[in-house]
Design a protein around this ligand. Structure first.
Ligand code: BGC
Length: 754
């Protein structure tokens, strides 16, 4: 056993365990206070300083080795309390054990107070920094399942594989609401709707954190990025956002509020600025709103190098030192510096100059120590052998397949071209047809996700999965084009198309992460569109398969495809899931978690205002076009069966005060095959003091029905489900008439505050 407890740890442990056993409140606070009272200013500031692995390693692309001199300089000389990230690519389990245990060794054996080190990682759709882990659909695809249980399971398995790697804090989930589809981190969001992000986000946090952070099955989550990151005005990563406070509170704050209520332990700050204030310098958002209003008690982490950026990029601080002053006074606890010690030096100087109080430093250090306690680091600081048993269990693949299947959206199916039969001839063509990276997207064994050599050997491409269904000899493959500009062999593809029954053209986006994924145009690259147009001339039915991180505009080629299947970076089982849908081995049930736009200049969400769809009826000469006509609406997704809604009933026509409204609706499978279906309940506030959205999603439930089977679903609503943020920035439910809609059924009722 590598653990060598010091007397201090044993006495701290004794206090904690004894109090817990006696069923009394634990004495952890006392233990932490006692530890704090022994710490020098330098030791405290070191706990607030976070380095990336690269800062303590030798540069070597294949195998990471820690540079012991650099490591000691960080941990012993500069008292650094946490390290994060992988350099360039994912590591094996053994490499992670070596990294985390070696760092822990230095922290425990060579520092004065022997405070254990905390290691953090981005595991955003599986333990994507560990070779051999299972990769799940990205959040956007999970949101298409409308099945929060799948998000919980994906997070739970991720937590197990991360903990098995020797790591206990995961920078996930993204709770930014995806209302700007150009944004390259759109695939990391749970889509455009607040309720969807809230419910999926909370499920995910529950999966990560489980019952206790001490448990070998759990990790601390980090909700990110607080706040307004996902709405950059120009759609690019880390560029300014202008979000009126009323919108910020209506659309972007609620998921964080719900996650805090669900017990999320840490939070990461938005790298960008909102209305001219970088979030890393915003005392208003980090302290007044997050701490005082939302009651967040956990650790607030900066994002990558973002304190320096207050000086270097945002230009709100004249030096790094002024930047540190701003950020710490704003409320940040833990700073991903991540490569040097300037923050450490500056913060120490600021306290010595009495520009920041030591009391303020103590607040942050107390939170960080508390987190380390809660994660069990003071009891079991090294790798937990029990946790390792949780790695790569066979059932994880099945879970990833279930999630991938439910995430696939059938967007179009003209004349029921799908499902395909297995005994015909197929041409499989297009840039994503034989690509693993475009099925997995960002954060897939590398940050950018573009290196397929790190993927498990048994991961299938769409082409391989189709061959497995239809038989090798029935499938011809021609690449056609690359993703962006190059015509590889469109002519060959067109020739091949003439000799098959059906053309399956796989298009979309290759992997990208963050700023690298910036684009200037949402339209699908011209070369991919040319491929479809030329294939169409061969006269064979076309199935379009889209694998992409955001809705690339397909208006001009949509008519060329009889059927369209969409997968938003659905992970290691994406290809089998897509093939299951194509050949009818799985009846699709995914529905869009965002509005699929038809035009780049019309990025309007489903919960827009009536004026977004106004038709100028009184001036025929200037008659306006109908302005809201997305390619596919939010919630759209077809099935191989048909469903019918009936009997929408409300328990009352007059809801009063804190009363409950019970909404019932019957769903029937009127088709020939079994299928799952999501019932979405929307409310519309018919008249309100702030222009109401045309509708808002308030509840959803997904059920499975056999052919001919029907079921009555029950939804409970109360006033908070009807609320909005008013001019005074207060969340209110106003008296008046509301409409409930499910499918095409509608019922109205009146609400009265008491
Ligand atoms: C991203 C964060 C991530 C961090 C650490 C940043 O570039 O914005 O989401 O957690 O890096 O890897």
């Amino acid at each position: 056993m590598r653990v060598k407890y010091t007397t201090l740890f044993l006495s701290l442990l004794f206090i904690v365990v004894n109090c817990a056993e006696a069923g009394k409140p634990t004495n952890e606070t006392k233990a932490i206070n006692s530890l704090l009272s022994k710490m020098t200013l330098e030791e405290k500031v070191g706990q607030m300083t976070n380095l990336t692995l690269e800062a303590v390693s030798n540069k070597n692309d294949d195998f990471v080795t820690l540079d012991m001199a650099k490591l000691r300089n960080a941990i012993v000389t500069h008292n650094v309390g946490s390290v994060q990230n992988a350099i360039t690519h994912a590591y094996t389990l053994q490499e992670w054990h070596y990294i985390t245990n070696t760092i822990q060794d230095v922290a425990l054996k060579e520092t004065r107070l022997k405070i254990p080190n905390l290691y953090e990682i981005d595991a955003v759709h599986g333990a994507n920094n560990t070779i051999g882990s299972t990769l799940f659909p990205h959040n956007l695809a999970l949101a298409a399942t409308r099945n929060p249980e799948l998000a919980r399971i994906a997070a739970e398995i991720t937590a197990k594989e991360v903990r098995a790697s020797g790591i206990r804090l995961d920078f996930s989930p993204v709770l930014d609401v995806g209302r700007q589809p150009l944004w390259p981190r759109f695939p990391e969001t749970f889509g455009e709707d607040v309720h969807l992000v809230k419910t999926m986000g909370v499920a995910s946090i529950k999966g990560y954190e489980g019952k206790s952070l001490r448990d070998v099955n759990s990790v601390a989550s980090s909700m990110k990025h607080f706040i307004g990151y996902s709405a950059p005005a120009d759609g690019k990563d880390r560029t300014p956002a202008y979000i009126p406070e009323i919108n910020l509170r209506e659309y972007y704050l609620p998921p964080f509020k719900a996650a805090i209520a669900a017990g999320a332990r840490t939070l990461m700050v938005n790298s960008g600025d909102v209305n001219g204030t970088p979030l890393h310098a915003s005392k208003y958002y980090l302290t007044d709103v997050l701490r005082n209003e939302l009651g967040f008690k956990g650790v607030i982490t900066s994002d990558w190098e973002d304190i320096k950026k207050l000086h270097e990029r945002h230009k709100v601080a004249a030096s790094n030192k002024e930047a540190a002053l701003l950020a710490v006074n704003a409320g940040i606890d833990l700073v991903i510096v991540p490569l040097d010690f300037s923050f450490y030096d500056d913060l120490i100087a600021l306290v010595k100059e009495k520009r920041i109080s030591e009391k303020r430093i103590d607040e942050s250090v107390r939170r960080i120590l508390q987190l380390k306690y809660d994660l069990g680091y003071f009891e079991t600081p090294y790798l937990e052998p029990e946790a390792v048993k949780n790695f790569a269990r066979p059932e994880y693949k099945e879970a990833a397949l279930n999630a991938a299947r439910e995430s696939v959206v059938l967007l179009k199916n003209f004349n029921k071209l799908l499902p395909l039969t297995k005994n015909k001839k197929y041409l499989v063509v297009g840039p994503s047809a034989n690509s693993l990276t475009s099925l997995h997207g960002c954060w897939s064994y590398t940050w950018q996700g573009t290196e397929s050599k790190y993927f498990a050997n048994d991961t299938l491409t769409i082409l391989q999965a189709i061959k497995a269904k239809a038989g090798e000899t029935n499938v011809t493959y021609v690449q056609g084009t690359d993703f962006n500009t190059t015509n590889i062999n469109i002519d060959d593809a067109v020739k091949a198309a003439k000799n098959v029954d059906v053309v399956i053209v796989a298009l979309g986006e290759d992997a990208y992460a963050e700023t690298v994924g910036n684009i200037k145009d949402l339209e699908l690259p011209e070369i991919q569109q040319q491929l479809v147009k030329e294939l169409a001339a061969a006269g064979k039915p076309i199935v379009m398969v889209l694998s992409e991180g955001r809705p690339r505009i397909i208006r001009k080629i949509e008519p060329n495809a009889q059927s369209i299947v969409l997968a938003n970076w659905a992970g290691s089982q994406a290809a089998p899931a897509i093939a299951d849908v194509l050949f009818g081995d799985y009846n699709p049930d995914g529905i869009l978690p965002y509005t699929y736009p038809r035009f780049s200049g019309e990025l309007v969400t489903y919960d827009h205002k009536l004026l977004n769809e106004a038709v100028e009826i009184n001036a025929p000469v200037y008659k306006y076009e109908f302005a809201f006509s997305p390619q596919f609406p939010f919630g759209h997704g077809l099935s191989y069966t048909t469903f019918e809604y009936s009997n929408l009933t409300l328990s009352t026509k007059k809801l009063v005060g804190d009363g409950h409204l019970r909404v019932e609706v019957t769903l029937k499978n009127t088709g020939e095959v079994s299928g799952k279906h999501t019932v979405e309940l929307y409310s519309s506030d018919l008249y309100a003091s702030i222009v109401p959205s045309v509708k808002r999603l308030r509840k959803y439930q997904k059920i499975a029905l056999a052919p001919g089977e029907s079921q009555t679903l029950v939804f409970e609503l109360n006033k908070s489900d009807l609320a909005f943020v008013n001019e005074q920035l207060t969340t209110v439910t106003e008296d008046g008439d509301f409409e409930i809609s499910i499918g095409t059924l509608k019922e109205t009722f009146n609400y009265l505050n008491k």
